[in-house]
Design a protein around this ligand. Structure first.
Ligand SMILES: Cc1cc2nc3c(=O)[nH]c(=O)nc-3n(C[C@H](O)[C@H](O)[C@H](O)COP(=O)(O)OP(=O)(O)OC[C@H]3O[C@@H](n4cnc5c(N)ncnc54)[C@H](O)[C@@H]3O)c2cc1C
Length: 332
């Protein structure tokens, strides 16, 4: 397929395309991996997952938050999502990124926004999961978690296996509900494993540690080899199914998601929604350009703009393919 990772990352970071997309509605096949642009549509998608015994972690998509007004809009929207989870009695919790709540603007301002969200969720017994972003935001995010945890216990977070320091971090946070991932951002060699084999090895090590010593483990991966390893590890070590769950992103490996739920494993789908879907969608294509096949299959003949979008993309690719290191600063 000649469309490269760097190309999709470049598209994901294009601010003009990101703002344009807010006006388009879900296009280019994004509806296969984004659960709607508004709360009612997203709640319907969550109800559908719940009908299959799958819970949800809901992400209100948002990019480029450098103004206080944008962070406040995000906070208000997340508060509405919490109310919607409560009113609709769906099996769901929240995933959020501190940068969307103003971490790049002002630490104290971000902390106040997060406190309001965590407090509202606490009233309704809903978990707030702090997604982890790039290394520059790692320590401030853990500081926010530490401070808010003094008041509330409905907080979970993420451990990224590519960091050398993740083993120390996981020990410190073993009493938290942790989602363990390989890590999505481009990080330098002095901080993170670069080789897939090393990342995978550390990933397994951290999962096993938290399964044995931690509170609750969310194994967030589309990698069937890791999933199969976990299945035999828990069996061998007599680890009860209520101590862990598998997680995948909305729209990916749907058959495997359903199969794991049917086999009686706890399963939670990461459900992104909102008008700010464009960057997220392009990063999914960057992560695994084969995903374009999935999108094409689901949208071909349905929307001519899929073809127009991809055609325009292919044209741009010719002009941009020399762009190097474009993945720097990529998000989940
Ligand atoms: C629910 C969830 C939450 C996440 N939260 C964060 C976060 O907060 N911070 C962060 O840095 N990262 C996060 N990530 C991203 C994560 O760090 C990885 O970048 C991402 O999941 C890709 O790694 P992987 O483990 O899925 O498999 P990969 O290493 O990408 O793939 C391994 C193998 O799995 C198979 N495979 C993978 N995808 C597919 C597919 N779509 N279809 C068929 N086979 C496939 C292939 O055989 C592939 O070779 C999250 C991921 C998930 C699923």
């Amino acid at each position: 397929m000649g469309l490269t990772k760097d190309f999709f990352i470049f598209l994901s970071q294009n601010k003009a395309l990101n703002s344009g997309a807010k006006r388009w509605g879900l296009k280019l096949g994004a509806q296969s991996v984004v659960a709607g642009t508004n709360i009612p549509d997203m709640i319907e998608s969550v109800k559908e997952l719940n009908r299959h015994g799958i819970s949800a972690t809901i992400d209100n998509l948002g990019e480029f938050v450098f103004e206080k007004e944008e962070a406040i809009i995000a906070r208000e929207q997340i508060l509405k999502v919490i109310e919607a989870i409560h009113e609709n009695k769906v099996d769901a919790h929240i995933s959020l990124k501190p940068t969307q709540l103003g971490l790049d603007i002002d630490y104290g301002f971000c902390q106040e926004n997060l406190r309001e969200i965590v407090a509202k969720a606490y009233e309704h017994n809903i978990l707030i999961n702090f997604d982890m972003e790039d290394y520059g935001h790692l320590q401030p995010s853990f500081d926010l978690i530490d401070e808010l945890s003094r008041e509330y216990d409905n907080i979970g977070t993420v451990i990224q296996a590519y960091f050398y320091q993740s083993e120390d971090i996981i020990k410190k946070y073993k009493d938290y509900r942790l989602r363990i991932v390989k890590g999505a951002y481009k990080e330098p060699e002095n901080l993170a494993y670069q080789d897939k084999k090393d990342i995978d090895r550390n990933y397994i090590k951290l999962i096993e540690y938290h399964l044995l010593h931690g509170k609750f483990t969310s194994i967030a991966t589309h990698d069937h080899q890791v999933i199969n390893h976990v299945k035999s590890f828990v069996k061998k070590n007599n680890i009860s199914k209520d101590k862990f769950e598998f997680q995948m992103l909305y729209g990916f490996r749907k058959d495997l998601q359903l199969q794991l739920a049917k086999e009686g494993y706890n399963f939670c789908t990461y459900v992104p929604f909102g008008t700010d879907w464009y960057g997220y969608f392009m990063r999914r294509l960057a992560e695994r350009p084969q995903n374009l096949n999935l999108v094409l299959k689901q949208t071909f003949n349905k929307k001519t703009n899929t073809l127009i979008g991809i055609g325009a993309g292919a044209f741009l690719l010719g002009r941009l393919s020399k762009k190097k290191n474009a993945k720097k600063g990529a998000k989940l």
